[in-house]
Design a protein around this ligand. Structure first.
Ligand code: PGA
Length: 252
């Protein structure tokens, strides 16, 4: 089964609205002839409608970095799946390690957020990954197993048809340290077999599994060349369109 790679940029808490529009516009121009990979950018909530407008008719997709799982209500400061969808997004990143680390995100809240995304037709990008101590203690696979099975608890293959998984070892995020080719290969293979065990062979075959953690133009080709790696979730190197395009065009 061939899976179209997804190269996704997570802009985190960077860029004001005008700055986001400027980068998105440049990127859209640079991406005009990109066909073999799907491109997505996730600016801040505030920039979503502005960026949506600036990339209209281009081959760039829009994503949000988080959502709140309730449909609506008195939840000051939160943003719902419907609001994100209405702003023009197609994807939503869920359970990023920074959310787990700094904002108390748990597998239980992640699971509810996945549901909220699916209900409105947003494609969830579920982030998972072990910390350095968990890796040192040889707990990588058990940590990932728990994050996937609890984060996706109660769903069937059909509901998860649009799911994207992102393996992001916490120790590789924003550190300049990339997981080795062997580490990535092992984990991605493990995750695909886990999807088969928990759901179905079809779901395992069709789900894109991205790698994230210090992806840059210099290592993109090697990482994307690994079997079972179906794209990348890129933080720092996605902020600059001229840099990000070299990751998107890793094959050229
Ligand atoms: P990084 O971030 O590319 O800056 O390491 C990746 C991420 O947080 O998704």
């Amino acid at each position: 089964m061939s899976r179209r790679p997804l190269i996704a940029g997570n802009w985190k808490m960077y860029k004001t609205g005008p700055e986001a529009v400027e980068t998105a516009t440049t990127l859209a121009r640079l991406c005009s002839n990109v066909q073999d990979v799907e491109v997505m950018i996730a600016p801040s909530f505030l920039s979503l409608p502005l960026v949506a407008e600036s990339i209209k008719g281009t081959n760039i997709n829009l994503g949000a970095q988080n959502l709140y799982f309730e449909k609506q209500g008195a939840f000051t400061g939160e943003v719902s799946a419907d609001m994100i969808k209405a702003a023009g997004a197609k994807y939503v990143i869920i359970g990023h390690s920074e959310r787990r680390q700094y904002f108390g995100e748990t597998d239980t809240s992640v699971c509810k957020k996945i549901k909220a995304a699916i209900e409105v037709g947003l494609k969830p990008i579920l982030c998972i990954g072990e910390s350095d101590t968990q890796r040192d203690d040889e707990k990588t696979f058990s940590v990932l197993d728990k994050q996937v099975s609890n984060g996706l608890k109660g769903y069937g293959s059909d509901e998860l048809a649009q799911l994207v998984l992102a393996y992001e070892p916490v120790w590789a995020i924003g550190t300049g340290k990339t997981a080795s080719i062997d580490q990535v290969r092992q984990v991605h293979l493990y995750l695909r077999s886990l999807l088969e065990k928990l759901f179905s062979k079809d779901l395992a075959d069709q789900t894109r599994i991205l790698y994230g953690g210090s992806v840059k133009p210099e290592n993109a080709k090697d990482l994307m060349g690994i079997e079972d790696v179906d794209g990348a979730l890129v933080g720092g190197a996605s902020l600059d369109a001229d840099k990000f395009i070299n990751i998107i065009k890793y094959n050229n």
